[in-house]
Unconditional design. Structure first.
Ligand SMILES: NC(=O)c1ccc[n+]([C@@H]2O[C@H](COP(=O)([O-])OP(=O)(O)OC[C@H]3O[C@@H](n4cnc5c(N)ncnc54)[C@H](O)[C@@H]3O)[C@@H](O)[C@H]2O)c1
Length: 312
């Protein structure tokens, strides 16, 4: 008998709440919103609030709040936002010590209770957190990916559409590398209706937008006192949807590399195809000499973070 998909969200904070809303509103499946026991009331409260929104909109999905991992059993997708976000003046890497400890606990529970899930990690520092999730669960790389490239590419797209005064629907951008200041915007693959942006915009303006994209998370942290949550949630939902509906979308994500782009045993942002099998393949694209150099610098930063994690 057909059954609804089940999407579990570990962390019911700002991103977790928005993830629940988006997943339910798109009727992707039933949603479990899990947080620590001290925040169980928040998870349950958000679940009720969203269920009442669904009643207004006439949508079929059920959201429940919990702090009990047994409730994520049978999940098709698990999205992890557990941890602390940045405050003004902090880098993503400053979160490593505290979030690593949280991620180890979460990963152990995901392994035990949702062994067949497609896992999307969002918590920062992203590349180290998703690496830890794979290490602790032992899940195949097809089933553990990180959300960052979707968001970084969307940020670049939004800035480009505004600058070029064109519809954001026609803008396609690709940002690779680690999720930090070393991210790599690939201009050859960034287009407006197929036209490379280099033909539409001056080098100076593009450089300014690239800089703004790389620091796009920090810009929002400085304005709000905490991290962005609408766009990060939308990025992860596009990944979950591609998996649940076997859409085979190509999305920039943090993927575990096994020799692709010349890197092994690390997570980095690259284009991947997400199908019903999970991360079905890493798409290897040609990079310019400059982009390769930037990717190398990004990989070095990611490696340093993974080495620091191993010592904690
Ligand atoms: N990958 C990205 O592009 C990206 C973008 C923005 C934010 N982030 C990161 O996502 C994370 C979440 O951000 P947020 O704004 O939702 O933060 P938030 O503080 O609003 O929510 C985090 C939630 O995690 C919960 N939590 C803590 N420990 C837990 C545990 N052991 N088990 C279950 N839940 C636990 C907290 O109680 C809190 O409710 C942060 O680390 C942030 O830096 C990543």
């Amino acid at each position: 008998m057909p059954k609804r998909s089940k999407i579990s969200l570990v962390g019911a904070g700002n991103i977790g709440g928005e993830l629940a809303m988006l997943a339910a509103r798109r009727e992707l499946g039933d949603v479990v919103l899990l947080d620590i026991p001290e925040k169980e009331g928040v998870a349950k409260g958000k679940a009720l609030d969203i269920n009442q929104t669904l009643a207004l909109d006439g949508l079929d999905a059920r959201v429940t709040g919990t702090s009990n991992y047994a409730d994520i059993a049978g999940s098709d997708v698990v999205i992890v936002t557990a941890g602390v976000p940045r405050k003004p003046g902090m880098s993503r890497d400053d979160l490593l010590t505290i979030n690593l400890k949280i991620m180890r606990g979460v990963a152990g529970n995901v392994k035990q209770h949702a062994p067949n899930a497609f896992v999307i990690v969002i918590s920062n520092p992203l590349d180290a957190m998703v690496y830890e999730m794979k290490k602790v669960t032992g899940f195949p790389r097809t089933h553990v990916v990180g959300m960052a490239g979707a968001l970084d590419s969307a940020r670049f797209q939004a800035f480009l559409a505004e600058e070029l005064k064109c519809s954001v629907k026609d803008v396609s951008a690709l940002v690779l590398g680690g999720h930090g200041d070393t991210m790599v915007p690939c201009l050859t693959y960034t287009t407006v209706k197929g036209i490379p942006v280099g033909q539409l915009c001056s080098k100076e303006k593009l450089a300014a937008m690239i800089e703004r994209t790389a620091k796009g998370g920090g810009e929002i942290v400085n304005l709000m006192g905490t991290s962005a949550y609408y766009a990060p949630a939308a990025g992860a939902i596009s990944m979950a949807e591609s998996y649940l509906k076997d859409q085979r979308r190509t999305i920039a994500c943090a993927a575990f590399l096994e020799g692709e782009y010349g890197y092994k045993d690390l997570y980095m942002g690259v284009p991947i195809v997400i199908s019903g099998k999970g991360m079905e393949k890493v798409v290897e694209i040609e990079l310019s000499a400059d982009e390769k150099k930037m990717l190398e610098a990004s990989a070095k930063a990611v490696r340093e973070l993974i080495e620091a994690s191993a010592k904690l």
